[in-house]
Every structure is written in structure tokens, then in C-alpha cells.
Design a protein around this ligand. Structure first.
Ligand code: PLP
Length: 437
């Protein structure tokens, strides 16, 4: 009996938390295309040194396969509830009538509601170490701003968040959470910066955009030598920090003698998909994988960036970042709004794009009305009890689709998926799409 219980919720002891991040670029068979400057205009590469911490820049370009996690960061990880349990979805399997074994990682246990706290903690720790007093950033859906506000409050830094006004206006609860954590939050465009002021003065109700908010965050960091800027997805250092998800999961699966046939997560910029899957991609690259793994990124037809073109593109609309080699739909593209707003980004991380270009990443994109995605999440809530974030609902939908394929083909595959966050601050989205009271 006790044995069965520990197959339901798989935990590693706190002292077994991974002590190093895994840098997959060390195992790439050929070098990843480097970031570069556009042919005209100021050097974006030169700007990087002025806006990020040296530690993050070091991680961005690291060559070594493993990078030690400082003890203080381990303490913060543990304080934030790591290691996070891996669950076997017995009830969901039963409901679907599938012979597949479904396992999900519980990033929804994050204090602010998403996996983004993992990199926020690392970035805030190093900012404090390097003598900065303030971190600045932008946020779209709000998960990243909340995660950074949390991390800054833990280490004793000021946090300034520029939040796209459209989302700021309709998410008062998330705003309250950021303020509770002590953050200074500005609806963007704001009168605080040159980038925002002109637009703001013309139209104080301007809905804003990520591009404007990014410019405001960067400008604020550049104007204050004690302030540093921070990003929550896409870049190599962010994915590096997120490998804590997959490294824990590997240990958890090893405890019960399992290894995945299929690994699934939702993908916007690639940080939670990468976080879970990169340690397993590493197994494949080094010829150490116990099985042939199928990796599936779940996306929206609003912004199916993995179906774009593999090319050099800017990371943002305003062209403030260097050019990165990514699968991209084009940095000037506009995407229809969806509740899973975190999946509405024009390109996927250079690391994920490199793997996709090698033919190692499959992808599926679900319709913009999100009906089937939210219905899948509802099945998950009724069987497993946890409410996924709208983005994570895509991961659930893809896992259910794969489990149903196994049912049809009578295959007992082991399917691993990530639930990147909880949806308690996104119930309005569920109400809209599922037409519930
Ligand atoms: C931001 C976010 C995502 C999408 O970003 P990735 O970098 O692709 O992980 C997914 N899920 C949640 C809960 C998020 O907050």
C-alpha cells in the first residue's frame, strides 16, 4: 500500500534538490548561431552589458555543461516550495480510459502562480549581490511582473513593473498581488519615461503594448545606475535557470523506475517547455536516453511561432534587442487576443529553435477560440482537482490528445507534461470561454 501511495505523488527529499543547472548548449553538436547586431543603427549587443547583471550575461554565454547554484538560491528555491511534486494522473487516465501513464509536474504550487518565479529568484539574487537596488521589467499577462515582484521582496530590492495598460485595467486582483509584494506598478504607456510620456500625454487611456512597456523598462534601468533590467523568457540564461524543473523531474521519475516516451508543455517563449524538457533533450544529444522521446510543444493558432521561419529576428517590436536566430513569425506581426496571453509571442527561444531545426521538437497549435483547450482543462479540474493557468491548459489538452491516441492504438506510453501555473487569477477567462456563471 505505502508503495502505491508514493507512486501517486512522487517527491524527492529537500536535500536532494539539484545543485547545478544544466547548460544544454555544451552538448550541442555544432555551435548555436550567435546573437548579432543589425546592419544599421546603434549596437544592441553593446547595450546588453548595461541592462543585465553580469551573472546573467555570464549564464547567457556559458560554455560549461553544469553551473553551480549558489546555496542562497537553493534556500530561496526551497522557501518557494521546491522541490515540487510530480503527480501520477490516475483519475484522469481512468476518465479517458487510456492505457497510457500520465505524469504532471506541479509548477502551479508557485507562490505567485507560475514557473516564472524560478528565474526571478536567480536574477534577483544576483542583482542584489552585484549591488543594484532596483529591478525593472515589463509584463504582459502579469505573471512575470508578479514573479519578479515576489523575488525582489525576498532579497530586499525595489521592483518597478511597466504593465501593458489593457491587461493592467482588467486584472485588478493581480495588480493587488504585485502591490502587496511591494512593487511599484505603472500602467504602460506611463508618464514616467520618455518612451511612454509622449504617447501617454496624447492618450492617457492608450492600451499599450509589450513593445512600449519593454522600452519603458529598459529606459528606467539605463537612467539609474543602481537599477537593472530583467527578462522572464526566451533568453538562454532564463531557460538555464528553468532546467531546475526537468532536473527535479528526472530524479523523481528515476525513483519509481520510469522514463518518458512523450514530453509535453505549452510554449510561448519557451521557458517552461525548455525547463522541463532540456535535461531530457540532453540525454538524447549524448546518446543516453533510455527511450526514443517525442517532444511536443503546445501552442495557439494565434501565434504558432514554431511553424514560422528559422531566421535572425528581433526579440521585440521596438527593435531594442540584438538579432537572435529563432523560429519567428516576424517581430512586427500582430496576433489575435487569447486568454492564454503568455503564448502570444512572435518567436521561440534560440535554444528551442535550434532543437526544432534539428527535427527534435514536434508542435501542435490549437484554435484561437480556446474552447477545446478550456474544456480539456475542465476535465483535468474535475479529475485531478488543480486549476491550470490558461497557458497550462494547452499542455493539458495536448497530453489528453496523446493519451487518447494511446487508447486508440492500445499503447501504454509514459506521458510527462508540465502544468506551468495555476489559474486562480484567471477565472474570468474560464467564465468567458466556458460560459459559466
Ligand atoms: C509566461 C507563462 C507561459 C509562457 O511562457 P514560456 O516562457 O513559454 O514558458 C506559460 N505558462 C505560464 C503559467 C506563464 O506564466
Amino acid at each position: 500500500m505505502a508503495k502505491e501511495l508514493s507512486k501517486r505523488q512522487i517527491n524527492i527529499p529537500v536535500d536532494d534538490i539539484p545543485r547545478q543547472f544544466y547548460n544544454i548548449t555544451a552538448d550541442f553538436p555544432d555551435p548555436m548561431p550567435a546573437p548579432k547586431d543589425p546592419e544599421s543603427g546603434p549596437s544592441r549587443l553593446a547595450n546588453l552589458g548595461k541592462i543585465f547583471t553580469s551573472a546573467c550575461l555570464g549564464h547567457e554565454m556559458a560554455q560549461e555543461r553544469f553551473i553551480d547554484i549558489p546555496d542562497e538560491v537553493l534556500e530561496l528555491f526551497i522557501k518557494s516550495g521546491r522541490p515540487r511534486p510530480l503527480f501520477r494522473a490516475y483519475e484522469l487516465e481512468k476518465e479517458l480510459g487510456t492505457p497510457a501513464k500520465l505524469y504532471y509536474k506541479s509548477e502551479f504550487y508557485s507562490p505567485t502562480g507560475s514557473h516564472k518565479v524560478n528565474t526571478a529568484i536567480v536574477q534577483a539574487y544576483f542583482a542584489k549581490q552585484e549591488g543594484f537596488t532596483t529591478m525593472t521589467t515589463e509584463t504582459g499577462a502579469g505573471q512575470w511582473g508578479t514573479a519578479l515582484a515576489y523575488a525582489c521582496s525576498l532579497v530586499g530590492l525595489k521592483c518597478k513593473v511597466f504593465w501593458v495598460r489593457a491587461a493592467y485595467n482588467w486584472k485588478p486582483d493581480r495588480l493587488a498581488m504585485m502591490k502587496l509584494l511591494g512593487a511599484e506598478v505603472h500602467a504602460s504607456p506611463s508618464p514616467q519615461t520618455d518612451a511612454g510620456r509622449e504617447i501617454y500625454l496624447k492618450d492617457p487611456e492608450h492600451p499599450g503594448s509589450l513593445a512600449i512597456a519593454i522600452s519603458e523598462g529598459i529606459e528606467t534601468a539605463l537612467k539609474d545606475e543602481k537599477a537593472v533590467y530583467s527578462l522572464g523568457s526566451v533568453l538562454n540564461h532564463v531557460l538555464l535557470h528553468q532546467t531546475i524543473i526537468g532536473l527535479e523531474t528526472k530524479k523523481q521519475l528515476a525513483l519509481i523506475g520510469e522514463y518518458p516516451d512523450t514530453i509535453i508543455s505549452c510554449l510561448g517563449g519557451g521557458s517552461n517547455f525548455g525547463g522541463l524538457s532540456i535535461p531530457f533533450f540532453g540525454d538524447v544529444l549524448r546518446g543516453e536516453a533510455e527511450k526514443e522521446i517525442k517532444f511536443i510543444a503546445a501552442q495557439s493558432q494565434s501565434a504558432p511561432n514554431l511553424q514560422g521561419e528559422y531566421k535572425y529576428d528581433f526579440g521585440d517590436y521596438a527593435e531594442t534587442t540584438p538579432l537572435l536566430k529563432m523560429f519567428s513569425l516576424g517581430h512586427k506581426s500582430k496576433f489575435p487576443p487569447i486568454k492564454g496571453d503568455g503564448l502570444r509571442y512572435h518567436a521561440s527561444a534560440p535554444i528551442i529553435s535550434y532543437l526544432r531545426n534539428k527535427g527534435m521538437v514536434d508542435t501542435i497549435a490549437y484554435p484561437v477560440n480556446e474552447k477545446e483547450v478550456f474544456e480539456a482543462a475542465a476535465v483535468f479540474v474535475r479529475t485531478e482537482g488543480f486549476l491550470p493557468a490558461p497557458e497550462s491548459a494547452y499542455s493539458v489538452k495536448a497530453a489528453i490528445d496523446e493519451a487518447l491516441k494511446c487508447k486508440k492504438n492500445r499503447e501504454d506510453k509514459t506521458i510527462l507534461f508540465n502544468i506551468s501555473g495555476h489559474g486562480f487569477l484567471d477565472l474570468a477567462g474560464y467564465k468567458d470561454v466556458l460560459k459559466i456563471a
